[in-house]
Design a protein around this ligand. Structure first.
Ligand SMILES: [Zn+2]
Length: 250
């Protein structure tokens, strides 16, 4: 037994139940919840988050506060919690979820997550198995993808700038914000066009110029219609953009 410290609030148990419950409720704090279902994450220096403090503080706080948390699981191929059953409590109103992209594929609460960081150790795996699942993440507000695979070489630019342009180079962009992070390089909806242009200018233009002359050079002006980014702006059925019906390279 340890002596109660001076920071203990001795009268707490004597407060009326409703007041105790209000205090529990006000103590719910946002967390970064790291979910680890296999050893691969250990190599990325992350450990699974402990349970929310209110769910371990006392039997009373636990039984009251469980209603604010969702038990999440890793599912097996038939959609049942994988054996041995392990779960993670998440408050989707506050918590940010951090996991390997291969754990997201089996995550039981894809539709509920609002703030998500996915660590991607293998770009091909992400593009084949993970990106289509983001359609089911109906509550998503912010997505960060940490590319843990390799350097930002040509394929890095092509893969991620395609991913970004498909989602944001359009009149009906996806409703969540995306950041792609590789070390100091951060690709966002705001810089993706400049990013693409820089890639084009360094990787393609020198070859094109040698072959066809300099008239194919890309302009630095965002409004220049010759701007030859690989992907065109996508208009939606509903949009009323004046340039919608106009041919692009005029
Ligand atoms: Zn439009």
């Amino acid at each position: 037994m340890t002596e109660p410290t001076s920071s203990s609030f001795h009268p707490f148990p004597r407060l009326p139940l409703e007041i105790r419950q209000q205090i529990w409720e006000l103590s719910i704090a946002p967390r970064e919840v790291v979910i680890v279902s296999n050893d691969k994450f250990v190599r990325h220096g992350r450990q699974a988050s402990p349970p929310p403090p209110l769910l371990v503080a006392s039997g009373e706080s636990r039984s009251y506060c469980q209603r604010f948390y969702t038990k999440t699981y890793h599912l097996d191929d038939s959609g049942n919690p994988r054996e041995p059953v392990k779960y993670t409590w998440i408050n989707f109103a506050f918590d940010e979820v951090y996991m390997l992209d291969l754990d997201f594929v089996n995550f039981s609460a894809i539709a509920l997550v609002r703030w998500l960081t996915l660590v991607s150790p293998d770009g091909d795996y992400f593009f084949y198995h993970v990106q289509s699942l983001l359609r089911d993440a109906k509550a998503l507000e912010a997505l960060t993808i940490i590319d843990a695979e390799g350097g930002p070489d040509i394929s890095w630019y092509i893969g991620w700038s395609d991913f970004m342009e498909m989602r944001y180079l359009r009149c009906n962009p996806v409703p969540y914000y995306t950041k792609i992070v590789y070390g100091d390089v951060v690709l966002t909806p705001e810089n993706m066009v400049q990013f693409e242009r820089a890639w084009y200018k360094t990787q393609w233009e020198p070859e094109l110029e040698e072959e066809y002359g300099s008239h194919l050079a890309m302009s630095d002006d965002d409004a220049d219609p010759r701007d030859s980014r690989r992907r065109r702006w996508q208009h939606s059925k509903e949009c009323t953009c004046p340039q919608k019906s106009r041919p692009r390279n005029m």
